[in-house]
Design a protein around this ligand. Structure first.
Ligand code: UT7
Length: 314
């Protein structure tokens, strides 16, 4: 068996912080409504920065913490649905900025908010045959660029940011994964090239129902594969879309207080970046220690979902 080992993490957020209070001056909303329905107080929006600037900062931090240089990387993947350009990919532009070698496998991957965990599976598979044993995996989003700032149904929910990890393949380790997609173009969509400014649309209620269903099911499947119960986990890092989704699942699974990490109060929903940003915060807090059983689960447009249960061993 083999599993991906996360050697280091990094994150980068735009400088500008936008509070619920500030948004309530533009649309008919309030801090009370947004916080009670989502757990979000504020988020970061890019102003002068581009997504690639965030990706570069997060990636450099992760590389430095791993004690590695650009010449060590064999795979570079960016999970995003809001790349700076349709082409070239964020991954290729990051390759240029970081000076990654020419034979590095570089591409973007779009599985919306499940993108980071789709990326973890993909990077792990690619490392089996990569020119060098380390992968750089990022979740990077500039969702403010695809938001209608006059639509209160969406503009209060999302934020911009990037998270990065450096990975290698451990041949003597075990992990379990689940992955899926529902082929649904109605619940969340952002129209593509040639159709005017892309804007995000979402049927919040149906996504909420989908989320609680797949998150609970994915966790049950991963626990079954691992042969343990919810109490056997040390930490659950769920995609940070809405605190009520997490609380609902935690209650259903009778999870102990604090098992599910939450940080959407300060970042909002950063889609593919939410899980690596959370991992980086947890590393900084000293909350992730070797040997801990960690479960991560994401869900989003597509409708996609993905989960992974692994041992933290960096
Ligand atoms: O990462 C991608 C995955 N996305 C998600 O996970 C999102 C999942 N869905 C959700 O998080 C929730 O459905 C929302 C937070 C989006 C909405 O919460 P809700 O409790 O489902 O509210 P709702 O859509 O049923 O709206 C209730 C009311 C409506 O008014 P009426 O029709 O009852 O008069 C909305 O118009 O709240 C209104 N509303 C707002 N009011 C103040 C909607 N947005 C706002 C707002 N401020 N920002």
């Amino acid at each position: 068996m083999s599993a991906p080992q996360i050697l280091s993490t990094g994150r980068a957020l735009p400088r500008r912080v936008v509070t619920n209070q500030e948004l309530s001056q533009r649309v008919d909303t309030s801090d009370e409504w947004v916080f009670s329905r989502t757990g979000i107080h504020s988020r970061h929006f890019c102003q002068e920065e581009h997504g690639l600037d965030l990706a570069q900062r997060a990636a450099r931090q992760a590389l430095e913490r791993a004690g590695l240089g650009p010449e060590d990387i064999g795979v570079c993947l960016v999970a995003t649905f809001t790349p700076d350009f349709a082409s070239p990919s964020d991954a290729c532009l990051l390759q240029q900025r970081l000076g990654l070698l020419e034979d590095t496998v570089c591409f973007d991957l779009n599985a919306a908010c499940a993108g980071f965990l789709y990326g973890l599976k993909t990077a792990h598979a690619l490392l089996a045959d990569a020119p060098r044993p380390y992968a750089l995996l990022l979740g990077c989003e500039v969702i403010s660029r695809v938001m209608d700032m006059d639509d209160r149904n969406t503009c209060v929910l999302f934020g911009d940011g990037a998270g990065a990890v450096v990975l290698r393949r451990r041949e003597d380790a075990v992990w379990h994964t689940v992955c899926g997609s529902r082929g649904d173009g109605q619940s969340i969509w952002v129209h593509g090239l040639g159709q005017g400014r892309p804007l995000i649309h979402m049927d919040g209620k149906s996504v909420f129902r989908f989320a609680v269903e797949v998150v609970e099911r994915s966790i049950q499947q991963l626990l079954q594969a691992e042969g343990c119960g919810i109490d056997g986990l040390d930490l659950v890092v769920c995609h940070q879309a809405n605190a009520r989704i997490i609380d609902h699942v935690a209650k259903k699974l009778k999870a102990r207080e604090g098992l599910f990490y939450k940080n959407m109060d300060r970042y909002g929903n950063t889609s593919a970046a939410s899980i690596p940003i959370a991992l980086d915060e947890l590393v900084e807090q000293g909350a992730l220690r070797p040997g801990m059983r960690v479960l991560a689960v994401g869900f989003g447009g597509g409708l996609t979902w993905a989960g992974a249960l692994f041992r933290w061993d960096c």
